[in-house]
Design a protein around this ligand. Structure first.
Ligand code: PLP
Length: 417
C-alpha cells in the first residue's frame, strides 16, 4: 500500500515533471492527444493484473468473466462507431495491429505496395529494416513532385508494375484525404486486397468529418491514441470473411495476453467517440489545422522561405516545407520547443536533408482541441508559430513564451490531478 512517491520517488518525480510539462506547453505533435480522466482511471486499474489469452467466452485462463464484459463492450462499440462487420481490439499498438493485418492477409515473400516512408508513409508499410520490409516484397508509390498529393494514376501505375497482393492506403504525415473508392478500384484491377491504415485520421472518421475507409477496404487498422484520444494501443476492423484470420493473427500469431486494462480504456474511448462533444472536438481540430495552414501561407512567412505543403490541409495536421528557409527542421523544432510549443520535425517529400535533420515540420491540432482550444486560440498559436518561422534565430523567445503561458493558463489541463 506504499504510495509511489514514497516507494519510488525518482519515478514519482518523472510523473510530476511530465504532468507539469504537458500543462505548461502547447502539445502540437500530430500523433498525440490527452486522454480523459476516465481513460486514465480504466488504464490505471486492477484489470492490469488479469491474464486473458484468447477471446471473450473462449479464454485459456479462468476468472475472465469481468474482463470478457469489457472486451465485448470494446468490440461492439468499435463495430458500431465505424459500421464494421468485425473488430479485434487486442493489438497492443498500431504497429502490432499492422503486423497482424499482413500476417492475416498474406504470406512471407508476398508483395505489398504502400506510400513511401519519405513521403509520409509509416514504418510498417514496408520500411527496409521494419518487419514489413524484411518479410514482404515491397513496392511503393510517392506523392506527385508538383502537387505533393497522392495521385491515383501514379498508384495505379505502381500497382500494375509491382502486382502487389496487398495495397496499403494510409499515412503518418500527409495533409489531405485519400480516395478510398479509387484505391479499391486499383486493388480490384490488380487482384490485390486493400488495407487502410487510418491510425491518424480515425477520430475524424468516427465523427463523420472524413470519408470512411470501412466500406471500401478489406481490412482497416488504427491506433486509439491519435485523433481518437484514447489509450496508446491499436485495433483492427474487417469484413466478416477475414474475422477468423485476423483474430488468429493477433492471438496467438502476434501476442500473448491482451492488456485488459487498456482494452477497458479503449471501450471508454469508443463510447466517448460516439458523443456530440467528441464531434465538436474533431471540428475544432480541423478548423485549428486550417487556421494554422492559412496563417503560415501568408506573404510574411513565405518571404522567410517557409511554405505549407499542398497549400493547406483537409485533416488535423499541417506540413511545413522549410527547404527554402534558413531554419532546418531540427532548428525549427528546437526554436518552438524553447518557446513552449512541441512539434516534430518531419522530412518533406524530396527532402535534401538527412532524416535526423529534415526540412519540414509536422504540426497537429488534436491535443489542443482536446484541451479546449477554439478558433481564437488557434489563431493566436498560428501567429506565434508564424513569428518564429519568420524571425528564425532572431526570435524573441521570451515574448513567445509569454504568449504560450497565457494560453496554457486559460485552459488548465487535468485540474485537480
Ligand atoms: N500506422 C500509422 C499510420 C502511424 O502513423 C502509426 C504511428 O505513428 C502507427 C501505425 C503505429 O502506431 P504505434 O506507434 O502505436 O505502434
Amino acid at each position: 500500500a506504499t504510495p509511489l512517491a514514497e516507494l519510488d520517488p525518482e519515478i514519482a518525480a518523472v510523473l510530476d515533471g511530465e504532468l507539469a510539462r504537458q500543462r505548461d506547453t502547447l502539445e502540437m505533435i500530430a500523433s498525440e492527444n490527452f486522454v480523459p480522466r476516465a481513460v486514465l482511471e480504466a488504464q490505471g486499474s486492477v484489470l492490469t493484473n488479469k491474464y486473458a489469452e484468447g477471446y471473450p467466452g473462449r479464454r485459456y485462463y479462468g476468472g475472465c468473466e469481468q474482463v470478457d464484459i469489457a472486451e465485448n463492450l470494446a468490440i461492439s462499440r468499435a463495430k458500431d462507431l465505424f459500421g464494421a462487420e468485425h473488430a479485434n481490439v487486442q493489438p497492443h499498438s498500431g504497429a502490432q495491429a499492422n503486423a497482424a493485418v499482413l500476417h492475416a492477409l498474406i504470406n512471407a515473400g508476398d508483395k505489398i505496395l504502400g506510400l513511401e516512408l519519405a513521403h509520409g508513409g509509416h514504418l510498417t508499410h514496408g520500411m527496409k529494416i521494419n518487419f514489413s520490409g524484411k518479410l514482404y516484397d515491397v513496392g511503393s508509390y510517392g506523392v506527385d513532385p508538383q502537387s505533393y498529393r497522392i495521385e491515383m494514376d501514379e498508384v495505379r501505375k505502381k500497382a500494375l508494375e509491382h502486382r502487389p497482393d496487398v495495397i496499403i492506403a494510409g499515412w503518418s504525415a500527409y495533409p489531405r484525404q485519400l480516395d478510398f473508392a479509387a484505391f479499391r478500384e486499383v486493388a480490384d484491377e490488380v487482384g490485390a486486397k486493400l488495407w487502410v491504415d487510418m491510425a491518424h485520421f480515425a477520430g475524424l472518421v468516427a465523427a463523420g468529418l472524413h470519408p470512411s475507409p470501412v466500406p471500401h477496404a478489406d481490412v482497416v487498422s488504427s491506433t486509439v491514441h491519435k485523433t481518437i484520444g484514447g489509450p496508446r494501443s491499436g485495433f483492427i476492423l474487417s469484413k466478416e470473411e477475414y474475422a477468423k484470420k485476423i483474430n488468429s493473427a493477433v492471438f496467438p500469431g502476434q501476442q500473448g495476453g491482451p492488456l485488459m486494462h487498456v482494452i477497458a480504456a479503449k471501450a471508454v474511448s469508443f463510447k466517448i467517440a460516439g458523443t456530440e462533444a467528441f464531434k465538436d472536438r474533431q471540428e475544432r481540430t480541423l478548423r485549428g489545422a486550417s487556421i494554422i495552414a492559412e496563417r503560415l501561407s501568408q506573404p510574411d512567412v513565405a518571404a522567410a522561405g517557409a511554405s505549407v505543403l499542398t497549400g493547406g490541409t483537409d485533416v488535423h495536421l499541417v506540413l511545413v516545407d522549410l527547404r527554402n528557409s534558413n531554419l532546418d527542421g531540427q532548428q525549427a523544432e528546437d526554436l518552438l520547443h524553447d518557446a513552449g510549443i512541441t512539434v516534430n520535425r518531419n522530412a518533406v517529400p524530396f527532402d535534401p536533408r538527412p532524416p535526423r535533420v529534415t526540412s519540414g515540420l509536422r504540426i497537429g491540432t488534436p491535443a489542443l482541441a482536446t484541451r479546449g482550444f477554439g478558433d481564437a486560440e488557434f489563431t493566436e498559436v498560428a501567429d506565434i508559430i508564424a513569428t518564429a518561422l519568420k524571425d528564425g534565430a532572431a526570435t524573441d523567445v521570451d515574448a513567445m513564451s509569454a504568449r504560450v503561458a497565457k494560453l496554457t493558463a486559460q485552459f488548465p489541463l487535468y485540474p485537480g490531478l
